[in-house]
Design a protein around this ligand. Structure first.
Ligand SMILES: Cc1ncc(COP(=O)(O)O)c(C=O)c1O
Ligand SMILES: N[C@@H](CCCC[NH3+])C(=O)O
Length: 437
């Protein structure tokens, strides 16, 4: 079956276009494998979330989860669109600093932040630290006392909600490494500890139930749970949260079988459920935060590959190999993630065969798409894998000593390289010669 025409754009030559630029021209100019973002599409997704909140008449913050794609250029676009970011490492924080991203719009996540990372975050005056566990709380108590102003923190609580998604993408179930457990009382003990620490200021409550969630039920349960936590802490601790942060996880369409949920529907579910939950109390609506990663950059990304070898085995689907694979997109190998792909020179050409799209890495599991419908292809043809924008380049590796691809941003018919392709020299850049004597 062909890819739906709504999922791709073409030009007068019927070639695939990305951000208004011909995909064949991109492959020719920057070579393949290549990661390309349609920046208009990123902005459009942001605007959809912003619009959805505006319709609900609530105070809100959209904080992009950097882990989906953490490069200088994305921080620049986000700052322009007034979107906050979360970072989960010193490296992501450093990248945001290099992009001159406003530090007051940064929140710092992570289940094992080091002392050095926390110190870096405090020195940079990031907006808020999202505290994950008691060890981190101890580290922060030591560090924060050196600063004249109290450090803003949120507590990440584990709400005990099992999201409907791949097991590796679940984070809100009780048995998880993330956050203070709610049901056993850990979260309330953590809140008491923060409230008793003068150098810390508890600004809100956070939870994140998982990623690539394609139903609203989990978010409904989450809004009920955080609303209940807010009420409990108001009664028991006389603490009123200014912010409820519902994390990310808003799923996107990878293939025809994924039923997409619009940003508006996710936002409506969260806000209305919270309103209903708080209705029975005299608590005001807090500011609502969300942390979408995948939903902002996923649909905007394309991985361009060139077809090389082909292997036909009687009785089996052919293997059609491309010049990239698990080194630039680990998701199929790691999560059996499904994608669609099209031939860049003729994305609407009639389908002629079913193939296995295999990567170039020395792993049998390096199959990018296990059943792909394609027109007739030949070596040298450029293929575009769709919706690769989240957790593709950000999880890229140099496995087999293959240099990581370049990243290009395309917008309104203009393309710009925003990450240069690694060279062989880059690969050995950190190696030291071993003195054999
Ligand atoms: C705390 C937190 N917030 C936000 C996200 C972003 O998730 P997604 O990319 O699914 O929106 C993640 C990743 O799962 C996360 O761990
Ligand atoms: N890397 C995951 C999502 C991130 C999960 C982070 N808690 C994926 O590609 O689906």
């Amino acid at each position: 079956m062909q890819v739906a025409t709504t999922r791709i754009k073409t030009n007068s030559q019927h070639h695939l276009t990305i951000g208004g630029v011909d995909a064949l021209q991109l492959a020719d100019t920057y070579q393949t494998p290549l990661v390309v973002y349609d920046v208009d599409a990123i902005r459009e997704q942001i605007h959809q979330f912003q619009q959805a909140f505006a319709e609900q008449h609530v105070n809100y913050v959209i904080s992009y989860a950097s882990k989906a794609l953490a490069i200088t250029a994305i921080y620049q676009v986000l700052a322009q669109e007034q979107v906050h970011v979360d970072v989960v490492s010193g490296g992501e924080l450093y990248t945001a600093m290099q992009a001159h991203f406003p530090m007051k719009w940064v929140s710092f996540h992570g289940n094992n932040k080091s002392m050095a990372e926390l110190e870096m975050a405090l020195q940079q005056h990031v907006g808020v630290i999202i505290v994950d566990n008691f060890y981190e709380l101890q580290l922060l108590q030591k560090l924060a006392s050196k600063y004249p102003q109290p450090t803003a923190v949120m507590l990440r609580i584990n709400p005990g909600i099992t999201a409907h998604t791949h097991e590796y993408d679940q984070t809100g179930q009780e048995d998880s490494k993330f956050g203070f457990d709610w049901s056993s009382g850990q979260a309330t003990r953590a809140a008491e500890a923060v409230l008793q620490t003068q150098s810390l200021k508890l600004v809100g409550i956070h939870a994140h139930i998982g990623s690539q969630i394609l139903e609203t039920q989990g978010f409904k349960l989450l809004a009920q749970k955080l609303g209940a936590v807010m009420k409990t802490w108001e009664q028991e601790l006389h603490y009123r949260a200014d912010i409820l942060n519902f994390g990310g996880g808003f799923g996107i369409q990878y293939t025809k079988s994924d039923q997409v949920i619009a940003p508006r529907q996710f936002v409506q579910t969260l806000v209305q459920t919270l309103r209903d939950t708080l209705n029975t109390s005299d608590l005001p609506m807090p500011t609502i935060w969300i942390e979408p990663g995948r939903a902002l950059v996923g649909p905007a990304g394309y991985n361009l590959y060139t077809i090389g070898a082909r292997k036909d085995i009687p009785g089996y689907l052919p293997y059609v190999s491309v010049d990239g694979g698990m080194g630039d997109n680990l998701r199929p190998a790691l999560y059996q993630a499904q994608y669609e792909a099209v031939l860049a020179r003729a994305p609407q050409a009639p389908i002629q065969e079913k193939v296995r799209l295999s990567g170039r890495y020395c792993e049998s599991g390096d199959i990018l798409i296990s059943q792909l419908d394609l027109p007739a292809t030949k070596p040298g043809d450029v293929l575009a894998m769709l919706d690769t924008g989240a957790y593709g380049y950000s999880m890229a590796s140099n496995y087999n000593r293959v240099p990581r691809p370049a990243v290009v941003f395309a917008e309104q018919g203009r393309a710009q390289e925003v990450v240069r392709r690694e060279s062989f020299a880059d690969l050995t850049h950190l190696d030291q010669s071993y003195n054999l004597n």
